[in-house]
Design a protein around this ligand. Sequence first.
Ligand SMILES: C[S@@+](CC[C@H](N)C(=O)[O-])C[C@H]1O[C@@H](n2cnc3c(N)ncnc32)[C@H](O)[C@@H]1O
Length: 183
Amino acid sequence: MMTDQASRKFITEVLKFLKPEDTVLDLGAGLGKQAERFAETGALVTAVDKRTNPKVKNIIWHKIPVEDFISNENNKQKYQIIFSQNLLQFLNKEWVFSELLPWLNNHLEPGGIIAIKTFYQQSEPAFPEPLSSLYNADELQNFFNDYKVILKNQEEIIDSDMKGKIRKFFLTKLIVQKLLKAV
Ligand SMILES: C[S@@+](CC[C@H](N)C(=O)[O-])C[C@H]1O[C@@H](n2cnc3c(N)ncnc32)[C@H](O)[C@@H]1O
């Protein structure tokens, strides 16, 4: 499977849970492709990316590092869906487990969905600047062990990178749902 296909398949899984007027947060939103898909359904979408600020309609865009976004204590907003595709590998893993994942848990509505796609191994051949953090599906899911698992898998795909070079990529995918009531 190609990375584009893998992305489409991943967001399709998440869209199944989306209801009109749900609040959605997309972390590391890039060019806003996935944020737009959410917004098209009538969802209220917030996107965060430290480098980009594309001209996308009906999306609240924050061009700031995710580290700054989550450290703003005035941000009490909760979301029905928190989506992050191809971001975690660029973040400090210790910070992800000590700060980011607890923040996601606190800012997710009961019944809400967290969807994370990242990598469990360096690509082959590896990029000249290796990915800084790698995650297997079990360790991410362990953090959300009181959530319902909707999708958890690791998958190898072969695709061309942004410069057209063919590489093998090792994807981790996790979609979990917060229970409506703590058990
Ligand atoms: C590989 S792209 C993925 C874009 C999009 N999620 C997608 O799947 O098409 C990674 C994005 O993460 C952003 N990014 C990297 N580190 C970040 C950080 N610390 N805070 C916010 N955004 C970051 C980059 O600017 C880039 O747009």
